[in-house]
Design a protein around this ligand. Structure first.
Ligand SMILES: C[S@@+](CC[C@H](N)C(=O)[O-])C[C@H]1O[C@@H](n2cnc3c(N)ncnc32)[C@H](O)[C@@H]1O
Length: 280
């Protein structure tokens, strides 16, 4: 993955002034900015299919426990990290997008979780951690932007303690048809690196993981998006606080293209939970 591709990915997501827009939307939703709770942020800070419900479901599948130190790969503005911190885990998040890393820090401090989480700007294919640092790791809707999955999986395996769980929830390719762009993770195919579940499984096994379970979340996703669209139509537009704030321009088109891809069977949000086998 070249530096140029990584810069393009970070530009796709980066957004100056996002904190102000989120705080304005929170105020417009009736929230007291001096007494914000982490859950108040959930409509905007779980930037993936299924939002908070999907994060909670992945947590259950992964079985992460209070007291564990988790690595969040591609942490975004920090929603999943605050979710796990709220359940007693210590979380270290890394992300390519500097604006997101700063905002993740600011939002976590604001909701009183600053001591449970820490963030740094880094690439998922060059993880800057000592061998065996983490009890567990997770990656939510990030792999679509990463071409070099062997390097990603090898780095995660090295950063985990032997036996550590790695939980993935990514959009994966499930059919041969064409996908229309833009989508929420990429403006064009140049920064979209969709892989099939079988490719993930092969790559994970080659890096030293044992596959524990896999779950196709297509039906869950279609129900989730149908509900979002019904609510939006009824209200005559999106609510003030939502992930459309993160999608910048052409948000409805990006989401519409992703939903069409899921409906057509070209892509599907998919979970894979695996375990790091001890290195030979
Ligand atoms: C769709 S967002 C998901 C954010 C977060 N995981 C969540 O679910 O709310 C994708 C995130 O992956 C990050 N990302 C993409 N490629 C990356 C890479 N190579 N290394 C680190 N982060 C990356 C982006 O900057 C962005 O924050």
């Amino acid at each position: 993955m070249t530096k140029e591709t990584e810069d393009r990915v970070a530009q796709h997501y980066g957004q100056a002034g996002l904190e102000g827009r989120i705080l304005d939307a929170l105020a417009a939703s009736g929230k007291d900015l001096d007494r914000l709770a982490a859950d108040d942020l959930s409509p905007v800070d779980d930037f993936h299919t299924g939002g908070r419900e999907a994060t909670a479901s992945l947590a259950e599948e992964a079985g992460f426990a209070a007291g564990q130190h988790l690595l969040d790969i591609g942490c975004g503005i920090g929603g999943p990290s605050r979710f796990f911190a709220g359940r007693g885990c210590r979380v270290t998040g890394i992300d390519l997008t500097a604006d997101y890393v700063r905002l993740a820090e600011a939002l976590s401090r604001r909701v009183g979780l600053g001591t449970m989480v820490s963030y740094r700007q880094a690439s998922a294919v060059a993880l800057p951690f000592e061998r065996g640092t983490f009890d567990g790791a997770y990656m939510i809707h990030v792999g679509m932007n990463i071409e070099d999955k062997p390097a990603l999986f090898a780095g995660v395996h090295r950063s985990l303690k032997p036996g550590g769980t790695f939980a993935i929830f990514d959009i994966m390719r499930t059919g041969d048809g064409a996908l229309s762009y833009p989508v929420p993770w990429a403006a064009t195919p140049a920064t979209s690196f969709l892989a099939r579940p079988a490719d993930y499984r092969r790559g994970l096994e080659a890096a030293g993981f044992e596959i524990v379970k896999e779950r196709d979340r297509r039906e869950f996703a279609l129900r989730f998006f149908a509900e979002v669209m019904a609510r939006t139509a009824e209200a005559g537009g999106p609510p003030p606080l939502g992930t459309h704030l993160l999608m910048k321009d052409r948000a409805a088109e990006k989401l519409g293209n992703a939903v069409a891809g899921i409906e057509d069977g070209v892509i599907a949000p998919t979970e894979i939970v695996c375990r790091a086998m001890p290195s030979a």
